[in-house]
Design a protein around this ligand. Structure first.
Ligand SMILES: Nc1ncnc2c1ncn2[C@@H]1O[C@H](COP(=O)(O)OP(=O)(O)OP(=O)(O)O)[C@@H](O)[C@H]1O
Length: 260
């Protein structure tokens, strides 16, 4: 590929005591693509994503965003740099409204004195932006932006989390098992959302154990094994059983798929 990766990592190492969760892991995400990250349980996928999203600091290795070295000290720092992560646990506050959840931690204040000195929130602006974002992503089956998140279905909640990420993620969106807890219909909606987000030009990292979902939406598949990137495959060239065989070590990937 001739393009420069938007987000890349080289030689990431992360140790937890005697466990080496990342062992010289590399990573490349290119502009506009959906990159799936697959791997067996314990292969180090979450550790990789946590390093890329500022949730853990790697012991060794480097991460570059648009070619520039970055050292995220916190998830907030990664967010500020344009990397949004939708965690499996979603990190939504159930009792708060959809609009409040979308702006959690980055509320809009009223302009001028009211906002700066009295810290008054600009609710109207937040609700307007939340409504726009949700309808952009075709999520306006949600009638009331003031509705508490706990009253939404699993798919709608996931939708709010994705809309929030798409609203604020200016460069990269990372999704950790976005369909794991969802039914068939809701999963479908979330997969469509992922494709919508890509069509808006935002690249996505999708961590998933669900091979049909991965093969349906991914442009490339990063196979993680024993703490490192084993290979990168094009889903058009390999079957799901090939991918699982590479992931589990039952089969070695061909030389051209092996990561450098
Ligand atoms: N906070 C931690 N403390 C100790 N060990 C950890 C910690 N986080 C991860 N590990 C270990 O690091 C290894 C990689 O874990 P990681 O969660 O990154 O794998 P994974 O590929 O995401 O697995 P899964 O698919 O099961 O979620 C595992 O052996 C795990 O037990």
């Amino acid at each position: 590929m001739t393009l420069e990766p938007i987000l890349s990592a080289r030689g990431l190492v992360k140790r937890y005591g005697r466990v080496t969760a990342l062992n010289q892991a590399d990573f490349d995400l290119y502009p506009g693509e959906i990159l799936a990250v697959i791997g067996d349980n314990g292969a180090g996928k979450s550790s990789l994503i946590k390093a890329l999203s500022g949730a853990v600091r790697p012991d060794e290795g480097e991460i570059r965003l648009e070619g520039r070295l970055v050292h995220f000290q916190s998830p907030m720092a990664a967010r500020e740099a344009g990397i949004e992560t939708v965690y499996q646990t979603l990190a939504l506050s159930p009792a708060l409204s959809i609009a409040d959840n979308m702006f959690l931690g980055r509320e809009l204040r009223k302009p001028g004195f009211l906002g700066r000195w009295l810290k008054l929130l600009d609710r109207a602006a937040m609700e307007k932006m939340a409504r726009e974002k949700l309808s952009d992503l075709g999520l306006m089956t949600i009638q009331n932006i003031g509705q508490a998140v706990e009253t939404l279905s699993g798919g709608q909640r996931q939708g709010v989390a994705v809309a929030r990420a798409a609203a604020f993620g200016s460069k990269v969106i990372i999704m950790d098992e976005p369909t794991a807890a969802l039914g068939v219909k809701e999963s479908r909606r979330v997969l469509e959302l992922i494709l919508d987000v890509r069509s808006r030009g935002l690249p996505i990292v999708l961590i998933s154990h669900n091979m049909p979902h991965v093969f349906e939406v991914a442009d490339r598949i990063h196979v993680h094994r024993l703490g490192r990137r084993l290979c990168v495959i094009d889903p058009k060239d390999y079957s799901m059983s090939d991918a699982v065989a590479f992931m589990t070590g039952a089969k070695e990937p061909p030389r051209e798929a092996l990561a450098a």
